[in-house]
Design a protein around this ligand. Structure first.
Ligand SMILES: NC(=O)c1ccc[n+]([C@@H]2O[C@H](COP(=O)([O-])OP(=O)(O)OC[C@H]3O[C@@H](n4cnc5c(N)ncnc54)[C@H](OP(=O)(O)O)[C@@H]3O)[C@@H](O)[C@H]2O)c1
Length: 245
């Protein structure tokens, strides 16, 4: 039975991906900053471990407790909508610590066991915002575009060991806690001079359009985990598939 470790399982894509793999008989290590096993169905195949991907000790403890894993999913992340002018460096650093360096650090932590066993899959959840430049998303997009570049370079280092890396690129998923969680960082990130631009974006988001669901992201992760011939970049969600095409 294969084991998957997923970061950021308290809500959204991580939670749905944990459910999806449990339903298909995998051993799931669902990690959360504040572990709450009751968000997932009880199962002998489920372990819930504490993990903050911005904390080196937390990473070392979680990876040691996890033991042998077959697939790592770097899903934990935070959003940010803000003009560059209004985004303090402390906020920009927080976004990169979670989205970018958290992914790098988790990947580094599992690579020794993957290399030694000459097997393993690293799946990094980024975003279709990396495919098209968008206003007020410079910092967030940069944090995810860096992960795209990291993952594609890493693939070339790891092919010799039989270790795969993939990117899952979700589109816009308004049904997760992502927007709500992002608001915590957004005080002052949209100065008055950028208000009209922001209102235009909010109005467009209010119009009917294709979106991404959490289960579509779980399906993308499943494909990356189980199909050795899966492409490096896997768009997840109807809007993501349309954009990537
Ligand atoms: N929703 C979208 O529109 C969208 C689109 C494209 C890509 N994405 C990406 O998809 C991923 C999941 O997003 P989502 O929509 O499922 O959002 P979400 O519901 O807000 O889930 C994000 C998860 O990441 C966790 N997290 C945040 N910082 C963390 C840290 N330092 N250490 C460990 N866990 C941390 C959160 O945990 P807490 O509960 O502890 O905060 C939460 O479980 C993110 O990487 C996001 O950037 C989202």
């Amino acid at each position: 039975m294969k084991t998957i470790l997923i970061t950021g399982c308290s809500t959204g894509f991580g939670l749905e991906t944990a459910r999806y793999f449990l339903d298909r008989g995998w051993q799931v290590i669902a990690t959360m900053r504040k572990p709450e096993a009751s968000v997932l169905p009880p199962s002998p195949n489920l372990r819930v471990l504490p993990l903050d991907v911005t904390d080196a000790d937390s990473i070392a403890t979680a990876v040691a407790a996890a033991g042998q894993i077959d697939v790592l999913v770097n899903n934990a992340g935070i959003g940010l909508l803000g003009a560059v002018e209004g985004t303090g460096m402390d906020v920009a650093r927080q976004v990169f610590e979670a989205n970018t360096f958290g992914t790098f650090a988790m990947t580094q932590a599992v690579l020794p066991q993957f290399r030694q066993r000459r097997a393993g899959v690293v799946i990094n959840v980024t975003s279709t915002v990396t495919l098209v430049p968008l206003p007020l998303l410079a910092v967030y997009t940069a944090s995810k575009a860096a992960v795209n570049a990291f993952t594609e370079c890493l693939a070339l280092e790891l092919a010799q060991f039989g270790v795969r890396t993939h990117l899952v690129l979700p589109g816009r998923a308004p049904d997760t806690a992502f927007g709500q969680n992002a608001r915590a960082l957004m005080a002052g990130t949209i100065p008055p001079a950028y208000d009209a631009l922001a209102q235009g974006i909010f109005a467009r988001w209010g119009e009917p359009s294709l979106i991404t669901t959490a289960v579509e992201v779980a399906e993308g992760v499943w494909r990356a985990a189980t199909d050795a011939a899966a492409p490096m970049r896997i768009p997840a969600g109807a809007d993501a598939v349309a954009l990537a095409a």
